[in-house]
Design a protein around this ligand. Structure first.
Ligand code: NDP
Length: 251
């Protein structure tokens, strides 16, 4: 059970008038979701640390006739809160509201036993995969509150729902993502028009999957483009009543 309607398809202008910020929009799932949002009429705010890759997504959106995206270089390894707060202040000053926030960026870290995991790798994975989620959401809350019906989508993983040997800090960070989602959902429930859910993509043919499973034929998993409707559903008003759920993109 994915918890999502299996046959839902977006209307051509499903995300018209929405502004959606996506982390890790440079490649893989984040890039595909960003392009899909733009094709459905959204203004997308592209964030990532690789500026050339961000510019390439920006150019693709413009070449396809999409709305001019925002381009926001942001390295989520930054531990201080100030850059996240400054970004939010800039967007607030521009009069923006954020209707959708997709926390997609992630790193795999070391695939080895916890006792063999280096402290540096542990800290980077926890920083990028969950602490940055906290810092960015905290900073962007006033922009999410400005939207009439905002949606936060957190990216989970199967190993964030059932622990598995040698998935180390990555699995722990995804358990933390689920915990963060539950706490935030409980805080927002009943008092806010902001909803928050987690989505496990399942196995997807991206750089991260290929690194995690080097012996697996890459084409045994779907490309991110085949799954973007799941993210679109959660970002659209069609999912207005879905809040606090741990969902899966692939059954
Ligand atoms: P990719 O490795 O293809 O993409 C990861 C993205 O995160 C890239 O855009 C990358 O940008 C960005 N990123 C990494 N580190 C940072 C950083 N320090 N600051 C800013 N951005 C950063 O992975 P996927 O597309 O596969 O993964 C997307 C999400 O889906 C992740 O959260 C992952 O855990 C999750 N997931 C993926 C699965 C899969 O099978 N693919 C399965 C389950 C979960 P850069 O170019 O700068 O490195």
């Amino acid at each position: 059970m994915s918890g999502l309607p299996p046959n839902w398809r977006p209307a051509q202008d499903e995300l018209k008038n929405k502004t959606i910020l996506i982390t890790g929009a440079t490649e893989g799932i984040g890039r595909a979701v960003a392009l899909a949002c733009a094709r459905l009429g959204a203004e997308v705010l592209l964030t990532g640390r690789n500026e050339a890759a961000l510019e390439s997504v920006y150019d693709t959106i413009l070449n396809e006739g999409g709305r001019t995206p925002g381009l926001i270089p942001l390295d989520l390894r930054i531990t201080q809160h100030e850059p996240y707060d400054e970004l939010a202040e800039t967007l607030l000053a521009e009069g923006l509201a954020i209707d959708g926030l997709v926390h997609n960026a992630g790193v795999l870290g070391e695939r080895r036993a916890l006792s063999q995991t280096s402290p540096e790798s542990w800290q980077e994975v926890l920083q990028v995969n969950i602490t940055a989620t906290f810092l960015l959401t905290r900073a962007l809350m006033p922009l999410l509150e400005r939207a009439s019906l905002a949606s936060i989508v957190l990216t989970s993983s199967g190993v964030g729902r059932r622990g598995k040997a040698f998935w180390g800090a990555y699995a722990v960070s995804k358990f933390a993502t689920e915990g963060y989602m539950q706490v935030l959902a409980d805080e927002l429930g009943g008092t806010s028009h902001i909803r928050v859910n987690s989505l496990n993509p399942g196995a997807v043919n991206t750089r991260m999957r290929r690194a995690a499973y080097p012996g697996e034929p890459p084409d045994s998993n779907p490309l991110p483009e085949a799954l973007t409707d799941k993210w679109i559903y959660l970002l659209s008003d069609a999912s207005a009543s879905i809040h606090g759920k741990a969902l899966s993109a692939q059954g």
